[in-house]
Design a protein around this ligand. Structure first.
Ligand code: SF4
Ligand code: SF4
Length: 329
């Protein structure tokens, strides 16, 4: 309706202007005169239309904002559902949805710019950014509840590289040695700290273009940015989750926050000596019996493994003990 009224108002203006313009040009004489002024009735009619439009604008805005929040809610709900179900297939679907909807369609990702905004308290008006606030609140709350779930399946860039991982043959993989991995994970905190200090000193937010590749979803980068991104993606073919594990400042921020995580991954006593989960984790987030919460993205791989009664030594030992007890009776 708003669009119709706007179009109508424009049409009225065009007709009035057009009529005046036609009347103003006298081809026979070649004389140009000013268009006739609008009458008071014309002006009153236009005023009324503009006022009605202004009254209807919030309703129209709310409808589209509501649809954005609703669609985001569905995406997030599906991600949580896939997480709760511990289903590999649902996780892959959730990653695809994140890339398609949050990435290429909405280009909506939590960014270092949000951290800058929070530091200077210059956040978008709530009215203009309801879906943005919903995403940020979900990210913070889910991190406190479960850890870096945002990184594990909501962030479109992380989802993109995880999907790359699904199709790249494992023979291309280079796993950094554990000692190096344990050092490299701190690089992202250095990036975060340096970016924040630079921002506080200069007020320049544009540094984000060189430390995070999320602009890829807008397909809007300079030659230097595309070159850096190409190098990053090429390197990601060989070292999986390279950016997320070692370079992402948002991941670093969420890693710090995940030290508050309430519902952590359970461990069995047998985890003290068994290395199965540690080898399964593609994020370098298991160190012996310990889960490094700041590195864990709740990908479910280890949880699926140690829920598997035919593979996890915890269950195998229990079965063995039960059989032996039965035989001894
Ligand atoms: S580490 Fe960064 S890029 Fe990776 S999933 Fe998390 S926020 Fe996204
Ligand atoms: S395998 Fe386990 S510890 Fe590693 S990232 Fe996934 S959920 Fe976290």
């Amino acid at each position: 309706m708003l669009a119709f009224r706007g179009a109508f108002a424009l049409t009225v203006c065009a007709l009035v202007w057009g009529t005046g313009a036609v009347a103003a040009v006298q081809p026979e004489s070649g004389v140009h005169t000013d268009p006739p002024p609008l009458s008071l009735d014309d002006l009153a009619a236009l005023d009324a239309l503009l006022e009605e439009d202004a009254e209807e604008a919030p309703a129209e805005f709310d409808r589209s904002a509501l649809m954005d929040v609703g669609a985001l809610g569905l995406v997030l709900a599906f991600a949580v559902f896939s997480f709760v179900k511990k289903s590999e297939r649902l996780k892959v679907v959730s990653l695809m949805v994140s890339v398609a909807y949050l990435g290429f369609y909405k280009a909506s990702l939590v960014s270092i710019v949000d951290i800058f905004g929070a530091l200077r308290w210059s956040l978008p008006a709530f009215r203009d950014g309801q879906a943005y606030y919903a995403l940020v609140v979900f990210t913070l709350v889910s991190t406190i509840l479960w850890g870096r779930l945002y990184c594990g399946r909501i962030c479109a860039f992380g989802a993109l590289t995880q999907l790359m991982d699904q199709v790249i043959p494992s023979r291309f993989r280079i796993e950094p040695p554990v000692w190096l991995d344990r050092k490299l994970i701190y690089a992202k905190y250095v990036v975060l700290g340096a970016a924040v200090l630079y921002f506080l000193a200069s007020g320049d937010t544009l540094v984000y273009r060189y430390i995070e590749p999320f602009w890829i979803f807008t397909l809007n980068g300079s030659v230097v940015m595309w070159t850096l991104l190409a190098v990053l993606l090429l390197a990601t073919i060989f070292v999986r989750n390279l950016y997320c594990r070692y370079l992402c400042s948002v991941g670093a921020g969420l890693g710090l926050l995940s030290n508050l995580t309430v519902f952590r991954i359970k461990r069995w006593n047998e985890c003290q000596t068994c290395m199965l989960c540690e080898k399964t984790c593609e994020w370098g987030a298991i160190d012996g019996p310990k889960i490094l919460v700041s590195e864990c993205v709740r990908c479910d791989d280890c949880e699926r493994l140690y829920a598997d009664e035919d593979t996890c030594p915890h269950w195998l030992i229990q079965k063995y003990q039960a059989t032996r007890a039965a035989l001894e009776r």
